[in-house]
Design a protein around this ligand. Sequence first.
Ligand SMILES: Nc1ncnc2c1ncn2[C@@H]1O[C@H](COP(=O)(O)OP(=O)(O)O[C@H]2O[C@H](CO)[C@@H](O)[C@H](O)[C@H]2O)[C@@H](O)[C@H]1O
Length: 491
Amino acid sequence: MYIVQIASECAPVIKAGGLGDVVYGLSRELEIRGHGVEIILPKYDCMRYDHIWGLHDAYRDLMVPWFDGAIRCNVECGWVHGRLCFFIEPLSDDNFFNRGCYYGCLDDHLRFAFFSKAALEFLLVTNKRPDVIHCHDWQTGLLPVMLFEIYKYHGMANQRVSYTIHNFKHQGVAGANVLWATGLNNEPYYFTEDRLMDNKHSTAINFMKGGIVYSNFVNTVSPHHAWEARFTEVGCGLGKTLYDHQHKFGGVLNGIDYEVWNPVVDRYIPYHYSSDDLKSKTLNKKALRERLWLKDCDKPIICYIGRLDDQKGVHLVHHAIYYALDKKAQFVLLGAATEPGINSWFSHEKDHLDSNPDCHIELGFNEELSHLIYAGAEMIVVPSNYEPCGLTQMIGLKYGTVPIVRGVGGLVNTVFDWDYEQNKPQEERNGFVFYQTDNVAIESAIDRAIDLWYKSPKLFRQLMIQGMEYDYSWNHPGAQYVGIYDHIRHK
Ligand SMILES: Nc1ncnc2c1ncn2[C@@H]1O[C@H](COP(=O)(O)OP(=O)(O)O[C@H]2O[C@H](CO)[C@@H](O)[C@H](O)[C@H]2O)[C@@H](O)[C@H]1O
């Protein structure tokens, strides 16, 4: 099959969070399975050019219709760790992707509507006719709308779209001007409940809803979150739309790329190790302490790695820091906040804890450091309010870093409580799970983990090894996506 992934991120060249990991890891798995894969991305000024090999012109002067005129684009292509990527660069005063950031601009809806339109134009004029176009998140939600309402009539009638939702919170809710910009000119036609009209604001359109309505198959990134999105408030207003389209909606658990996230081969950690040899994990712990100026002592290290965002349960992350320190553990946090309030809150905590020899707070995005933290820490907290899949607990498992998670979304599908899991025997349990959102809930899970570390080191070690032996690679999800592609191709 010939598959084109269209997304706003692809790790490690463009990565703000887990979306980037998934686009890269899934593409690699599909290639291993013998399929042809290309990836179309925006050409941001701030992407990691050092991860692109052989960047060169692929198409010049691509004219992309936009409002009453057109925007001229160049398309460049190069290899990102073996994956063929096309980067779209619009050349207009809008400067859509030359802003020193990936997201967070007031006109994000226009930036990514344009990107989706440009990606389709590029496929059209270069005669690329993929069997499946795989779109991701709200940024590309309008792409299937444009494909089936416009491009289908210009020679792209056989293309099918698979649409993956990584986060229901950000849906791309915008005014009608986007319709005019993208050539979806018939406003009354699109402004209906069964098409693009936002379920909460009847004067707005919703990109993600468009993706759900128009794509041939829609999925979110774990089976449990697929259920939550339909039946609870975490669908953020799209539950009814998902219900109406339930025949083509499901949950596919993400994988982890074990070429990138694997302590046996990880190129960012000083000591490689596997479940047979955990001594080298201790050497990484020492290296982590040296790097972050933490005291060398007989305490476990608990970490948090992730965006600092309401979704991630920042109040519990904050509480976990002080609670862990109180319970004779060290704490390392690596995170970036886009919201100014959360950013200044954690900056304040960083200043406050700066001289504490048991704690390090690193604010910002640092891919390399994240690998050393996964390798050096013994526990990772993931106290999310909601979590479509969650990659950090799966990476933690692979590195023998025991997850302490809140039982929501994909965390339910991947972490099984050492003490209380009913459906797995003791030798298949791999972490600690709590359910409520209050401090007491996370405290009791942290207590159980720290107690096991101090009082029963052999059992803690066994728990680490059990986690490392889980297979959360792309192997299984890769097969599921191929099944989906096959299904929609033959419909
Ligand atoms: N400051 C930092 N420095 C370095 N690395 C950092 C970092 N902050 C985060 N990361 C890395 O980014 C990734 C985050 O993965 P998450 O599963 O938490 O994704 P996120 O919530 O962004 O995405 C959404 O999409 C993913 C993919 O589908 C879903 O798993 C998830 O539930 C959903 O919310 C991990 O690889 C992590 O190591």
